[in-house]
Design a protein around this ligand. Structure first.
Ligand code: NAD
Length: 477
């Protein structure tokens, strides 16, 4: 049984929940404690108490702790990657890379802890000096989704701690294993008790308690659009700062002049790897008529050859869907696509493997129209659709015809179209001749429209959310 971490102590919950391997539902990884509102109250009180010291400690102390956490994540990336693949279902190489990413993020923010920026300016009044400094905001509530069980917590926890905030972290219910392992590493890093707290449990109890707690100055959330809106409403009611990262329906535009091999690779990588369970997945492919048939044939051939199986098997390229509920959602959307009149040309069937798991053949629809639900709604599984476009302008218009705006990609050999797309795609991240889903850890991450609300995550831009500016005026004596 794995417990919650509150004020530097491992505290059992009132109940526990099994962590189940989606590649083999008979494999229970461990039991994880479930916190309730009383545990959240204790965790927030501990964080609030610890804030006075942590916010004022030498930045070197914070940098050293983050550096130790990063180094341990990197050193244990194979072991922790195995746990991640086992509980979430992404493949071993994807999972190990995610743990390494988490380690790099902690190391990046170890550096940022000693680079907290400030400015000194001349006043418009004679004899007055102005300093603009950045201060931590207080206790940060962190709520994360299941699809990146260690990288997303890392890219929220690391900047929160680097800039001098204290943390109460609630991971997704489906993936407590990676979160607990990260918490255990943070606990041993030498940070004082209460600076970082882990409370595991359901969103409607543990998450909601964080949203409603007036002692929490800021909430950072990543998850679905529906939950994001609810959290934003709750946080804004009590004027808490909020950073909300939500879903996507990311377009991949393929023009007639594209390098066909690159376009097929971007499509297969971006739409189906990590079982399509990425907020940046290119679930909407917008393909110009001239290249359409060759592109679809190429993607189909690649999908046909993909090895779908146990996430931890060395030959597996696509792991299982994360759980029964997400599998049902994927299958429902496959039926919806067919009933709407799109043509399912590849996949979409359940697969049997040697262990009981949520195995689904990656599905490709063609002849999708922009008004279909499969073209508009985030499915969050290995299900993608192709819409045809007449020319670049039509493709750009279709690409932007969405309530979301996270990532947008284009495959083209034309500098003119690539440049125009970079400028006019209504998305927070734009990709040219590369998958919509691969991002670096040292630059801003986030979207526009219905995908994101509040300041960007990651890189130096993270300071915007995790600090608050103070302007000090001094009259020379
Ligand atoms: P979800 O919204 O169901 O849950 C996210 C988190 O919110 C979980 O920890 C959950 O327990 C918690 N929660 C649920 N109800 C709550 C409530 N009432 N109050 C407080 N907390 C609550 O999302 P999910 O299914 O875990 O994740 C998948 C979604 O995440 C997809 O929509 C995906 O696009 C999105 N996502 C976005 C990004 C991004 O950076 N934009 C990255 C990864 C995933």
């Amino acid at each position: 049984m794995k417990s919650n971490l509150i004020n530097g102590e491992w505290i059992a919950g009132t109940r526990s929940r099994p962590n189940i391997n989606p590649s083999d539902t008979g494999d229970v990884i461990d039991e994880y404690a479930q916190a309730d509102a009383m545990h959240v109250d204790l965790a927030v009180a501990a964080a609030q108490h610890a804030f006075a010291g942590w916010s004022m400690v030498s930045p070197q102390v914070r940098a050293d702790a983050l550096d130790r956490i990063g180094a341990e994540l990197l050193a244990r990336s194979n072991e922790l990657g195995d746990l991640l693949a086992r509980e979430e279902g992404k493949t071993l190489p994807e999972a190990v890379a995610e743990v390494k990413r988490a380690g790099q993020i902690f190391r990046f923010f170890a550096g940022e802890a000693v680079r907290i920026p400030g400015e000194r300016l001349a006043s418009v009044r004679a004899g007055v000096d102005i300093e603009v400094t950045r201060e931590p905001i207080g206790v940060v509530g962190i709520i994360t989704p299941w699809n990146f069980p260690i990288a997303i917590p890392a890219w929220k926890i690391a900047p929160a701690l680097a800039y001098g905030n204290c943390v109460v972290f609630k991971p997704a219910d489906l993936v407590p294993g990676s979160a607990w392992a990260l918490a255990e590493i943070i606990h041993r890093s030498g940070i004082p008790a209460g600076v970082f707290n882990l409370v595991m449990g359901p969103g409607r109890i543990v998450g909601q308690s964080l949203i409603d707690d007036a002692r929490i100055a800021a909430i950072t959330f990543t998850g679905s659009a529906a939950t994001g809106r609810r959290i934003l409403e709750g946080a804004s009611r009590r004027l808490a700062k909020a950073q909300i990262e939500m879903g996507g329906k990311n377009p991949l535009v393929v023009l007639d002049d594209a390098d066909l091999a690159i376009a097929i690779d971007c499509a297969v990588q971006g739409s189906y790897y990590s079982t399509g369970q990425r907020c940046t997945a290119s679930s909407r492919m917008i393909v110009q008529r001239g290249i359409h048939d060759a592109f679809v044939a190429g993607v189909r051939a690649r999908l046909e050859a993909l090895v779908i199986g146990d996430a931890r098997h060395p030959t597996t390229q696509i792991g299982p869907v994360v759980d029964e509920q997400q599998l049902k959602t994927d299958l429902d959307y496959i039926r919806i696509g067919q009933s709407e009149g799109a043509e399912l040309v590849q996949g979409g069937r359940l697969l049997e493997r040697s262990s009981p798991g949520y195995y689904l053949e990656p599905a490709l629809f063609i002849a999708a129209r922009r008004d279909m639900r499969i073209s508009r709604e985030e499915i969050f599984g290995p299900v993608a659709c192709v819409l045809q476009a007449d020319d670049f302008e039509h493709a750009l218009e279709l690409a932007n015809d969405t309530e979301f705006g996270l990532s947008a990609g284009i495959c083209t050999t034309s500098l003119k179209y690539a440049t125009h797309f970079k400028r006019h795609a209504q998305a927070g991240m734009v990709m040219v001749n590369t998958s919509t889903a691969g991002v670096d850890y040292h630059v801003p991450f986030g979207g526009r429209k219905g995908s994101s609300y509040g300041p960007r995550e990651q890189g130096r831009y993270a300071a915007e959310f995790y600090t608050t500016a103070k302007t000090a005026y001094s009259m020379a004596g």
